[in-house]
Design a protein around this ligand. Sequence first.
Ligand code: G6Q
Length: 555
Amino acid sequence: MIDITKSAAWARLETLQAGLRKTRTIDLFNAGPERAAAFSVEAAGLFLDYSKNRLSADARAALLDLAGAAGLESAIRAMVSGEKINTTEDRAVLHVALRDFSGRAYQVDGADVAPRIAAERVRMAAFARKFETGALKGFSGAPLDTIVNIGIGGSDLGPLMAVEALRPYWLKGKRAFFVSNVDGQHLADTLEAVDPATTLFIVASKTFTTQETMTNAQSARAWFLKQGGAEKDVASHFIALSTNEKAVTAFGIAPENMFQFWDWVGGRYSMWSAIGLSIALQCGWDAFEAMLKGAHRMDEHFRSAPLARNMPALLALIGIWNRNFEGAAAHAVLPYDQHLHRLPAYLQQLDMESNGKSVTKAGASVACATGPVLFGEPGTNGQHAFYQLIHQGTDVIACDFLAAAKSASPLGDHHEKLLANFLAQTEALMLGKSEAEARAELSASGLSAAAANALAPHKVFPGDRPTNSILMERLTPETLGALVALYEHKVFCQGVIWGINSFDQWGVELGKALAKDILPEIARLGEKKSPPTAHDGSTRRLIERINALRAAKEE
Ligand code: G6Q
């Protein structure tokens, strides 16, 4: 395995970056009027303009060489052909198979998994149609119309994000809730809003051992039994989405009420599998299938387009340029679309859990920075909050701006204003404002020379802040699917170039184990506990303080 930082392409990128340091991005436009067209690409209903990055044609060519040196094309082939590229867990990575309607075979351990995927999809579709038509009845005989998805991380963020994104497609009279946090307030608040007689609980957990999900599922079951449901009614009010049939059965859910997926579906890549059932129930099966097909379109593009025209690969390479050569340690995702308000949280997991790694696949320390800190909020809200730092802070933050040209809810001139802000921000971030410009503006507004001089430095915007613009006609199930697939493949490409395994998550596993050890040391309410002996001094004192507070009598 090669150390990518020792490649000729890496050295060339360093040289090119040094040469560009004094170049303004706008100079790159002035040098070649075709830049906007030459630095953009279209695929699967999405348009990506990456021309507002301080990236020359030479630097782009060197990035493509870097992808070549990392063996990106063969890595893509390895993933889609079911090789066990998740080496630390000895697993294949085949979320693309879940949304492939082409009839292609996908081999895992010598067997084609495509028929199993198709069969499970048929079961899900039948269940979704029953829910849609009111054929699924609760214990009172009334149709089930509410779902509560109980899951966390990959078993929560994707479905929740997609259900929010597809709000215009919600089936009339159906409601979806998502409970993830082990904080009992999350479940309690949700249960207050639902009717036990018409609620379907969906226990979503790949392993069916996750503490938060199992605790919430048990409490939901206990609540259901207290609210008029009988043991025999659990079967019609609780279903499971999991890979672990044994644990599902032990919980009391029969196999016929379980929808399954497989170990070659990573948690954060699982919204295309049975884990996406809540999307299908809230938005209808047709919308869910359209989302899968949109993702499939992006997959087909990803598999076949040359890297120079390959949207996920290009997005990945621009990210590498900004992260490793321009020094951007953070990446903001800024959807100018209220329905995409959970997209940044979803991508935070996808990107940071996949590429937040310091060790290469070969077990050596990485020689360069890997995944950036990802954050974001919908525009325009973010503009009135953290954009200040993006415009004038001391760090360079790379940004993705996203927008749909048409709104699902046209209202007056709202959408025109939204789009104007979307465009104005990327332009301002690139152009910036010099001190002379600031001074001239202040003088023109009537300020004295002294006052203009004093204020001007505060009104300077350095500019050359890198942005991508991702545009679509409308946010639909198809474009949502394509968008998510775009980011999945981007993250994968970056992992390949950095030489890391994007598909394991040992940091998450650690968290799961740690809390279990401390749990017996936390006092029940009113209980007096002897001080802990293990742990570092800070943790010991915090446990003592928490236990003292919990032991104290209520006023
Ligand atoms: C995803 C992660 C993690 C996982 C949750 C829930 O890639 O591994 O976010 O999805 O910890 O796990 P279960 O689905 O097994 O409950």
